[in-house]
Design a protein around this ligand. Structure first.
Ligand SMILES: C[S@@+](CC[C@H](N)C(=O)[O-])C[C@H]1O[C@@H](n2cnc3c(N)ncnc32)[C@H](O)[C@@H]1O
Length: 218
């Protein structure tokens, strides 16, 4: 549940940028995505929050197409507002659970999927809540299915214990994923676009960890 103050935007603006898979037939939904992607290279941000990361990227790479996914309508409303203010026609949002989207991903996607980002997923620190963490074997396997040999999956967190969780989950799937960094992650991160949670992490003086993995070559 979002703790954000609600803001209102016209329905027309929401539907200009947001697709809702639940409300549409599968082939129509994925057809719209293929039409939007228009054979350009595609970048997906999971758990995109208020859209700062995508808007920054989309402004600097206008020929690429960007999809943000989040299941919280309050944060997505802010993302839509920011996207519209910056006139980014190369972003759309999916109002949905990333686990459902990757489970039901359409094949073949006509565009080349360049990167998938998961920036600052909720760490759910209490053990009884770990099952809510999005980084789980099932999701990683579903993501792996949609990657091509050049797709890079980026995961960023500032939560020390979640780092070990992510590393363990990825290394258990080392037949599927190979790390770009020797130890699976790096703390030397250049040029990462700002997000709300990154700013919080920087303010607290937390270390930020970045995992980048590609498909295993075997
Ligand atoms: C900690 S916030 C990070 C937001 C943003 N990436 C950032 O760095 O500021 C986590 C976001 O993930 C979204 N989220 C959590 N689980 C999700 C899921 N299963 N599917 C889609 N979005 C999810 C939440 O709604 C929230 O916006």
């Amino acid at each position: 549940m979002s703790r954000l103050r609600k803001i209102e935007i016209p329905d027309k603006l929401w539907s200009k940028f947001v697709l809702n898979w639940e409300k549409e037939f599968d082939h129509i939904f994925w057809g719209k995505i293929n039409k939007f992607a228009n054979n350009r290279s595609l970048i997906i941000e999971c758990c995109c929050g208020k859209g700062e990361f995508l808007v920054e990227k989309a402004r600097s790479s206008p020929s690429q197409k960007f999809i943000g996914i989040d299941y919280d309508s309050d944060v997505l409303t802010r993302a839509v507002k920011l996207t519209n203010q910056n006139n980014c026609k190369n972003i759309i949002y999916l109002y949905n659970d990333i686990r459902k989207i990757f489970k039901n991903f359409y094949f073949p996607l006509k565009s080349k999927l360049d990167k998938i980002y998961i920036n600052f997923p909720d760490p759910w620190p209490k053990k009884r809540h770990w099952k809510r963490r999005v980084i789980q074997t099932v999701l990683l396997k579903d993501i792996h299915k949609v990657m091509n040999k050049n797709t890079a999956l980026h995961i960023v967190t500032d939560h020390d214990e979640y780092v070990q969780w992510i590393k363990n989950h990825l290394s258990e799937l080392k037949n599927l994923f190979r790390p770009v960094y020797n130890n699976w992650y790096t703390t030397k991160i250049d040029n990462l676009e700002k997000t709300t949670y990154m700013e919080k992490a920087v303010k607290k003086g937390n270390t930020i960890y970045q995992f980048i993995v590609k498909k295993s070559l075997t």
